[in-house]
Write a protein that binds this ligand. Structure first.
Ligand SMILES: [Zn+2]
Length: 65
């Protein structure tokens, strides 16, 4: 899967690398977003950085880690 760089999170060596989040899409589909050293990947059909990835990024913005 292709990873999309995150503008907001430095994912290289991040403790959450390899963690997957399940995101529910607009049609009720479940997608899996995974953090990698190179950003985030998602298994939905979009090859751009999709809203599922952006949704996961927003979770990081709202939480102090
Ligand atoms: Zn997606």
């Amino acid at each position: 899967m292709f990873s999309h760089n995150s503008d907001k999170i430095d994912t290289q060596g991040h403790p959450f690398v390899g963690v997957q989040w399940t995101v529910v899409g607009s049609k009720g589909d479940n997608y899996s977003v995974e953090m990698t050293d190179y950003g985030f990947s998602c298994n939905c059909p979009a090859y751009r950085k999709c809203k599922h990835i952006k949704g996961v990024e927003e979770r990081f913005e709202n939480v102090d880690i």
